[in-house]
Ligand binder design. Structure first.
Ligand code: CO
Length: 211
């Protein structure tokens, strides 16, 4: 059996077990999707949003990319955010990074990863640049990477707060709460690093006043 055939076989077993455990499971989910959370995480296969939070299908709306970035020109991310905030009416948006993130590590070296990856990693290099004074005081490489991973998550939460999508929902519906978390591959624990309540003021340069 090939590896992908095993996936299909395991899927059959999962569906059967799910049906046996909870006969209404699929019927319930087919009619409605009302998750309370939007998760913006890293594509890393070791950080599955539902597994590490013990949630079930239907509970978290998920977007993942390399190094859990919120890039203001990324139509994919913005359409997920728009849909989650304005249609699903999520109460919380979580940016979850993880220690040992390969994307962040790659952004810290000087390799040419060729055009498309260079372009993506450039966003992380810019976060390093912004916090260069603090980061350059850290001599241990692993500790420096870990700190950049935390700072990167904080910056991506700020990027969310800078969108009109979030600011409009804050003004009109006092939601969603924004969260920055970092997951530890070594112990499986999530460390919250930043929380922004609806209506939090940010740099006025990025605040819209005619929402
Ligand atoms: Co990663």
């Amino acid at each position: 059996m090939t590896t992908y055939e095993k996936l299909l076989l395991d899927n059959k077993a999962w569906a059967k077990a799910q049906e046996e455990k909870d006969p209404e499971f699929f019927k319930r989910l087919i009619s409605i999707q009302r998750p309370e959370f939007l998760w913006i995480g890293c594509s890393d296969s070791r950080v599955p949003a539902d597994k590490i939070t013990g949630t079930q299908p239907g509970e978290i709306f998920v977007h993942r990319n390399i190094a859990n970035m919120v890039v203001h020109t990324d139509v994919n991310l913005l359409s997920v955010l728009d849909y989650a905030v304005n249609h699903l009416k999520v109460q919380h948006v979580i940016v979850c990074g993880h220690y040992g993130c390969g994307g962040v590590k790659a952004a810290m070296d000087n390799n040419d990863y060729k055009p498309v990856l260079n372009m993506w990693l450039r966003n992380i290099k810019d976060v390093y640049h912004q916090h260069r004074d603090e980061l350059n005081t850290i001599k241990n490489e692993e500790a420096k990477t870990d700190r950049l991973i935390e700072l990167n998550v904080e910056e991506q939460v700020m990027h969310l707060a800078q969108t009109s999508i979030i600011q409009r929902a804050w003004k009109n519906e006092s939601r969603p709460h924004l969260h920055g978390w970092v997951y530890g591959l070594k112990d499986g624990l999530i460390k919250p690093v930043l929380e922004m309540a609806p209506g939090t003021h940010i740099d006025p340069l990025y605040e819209y006043n005619n929402l």
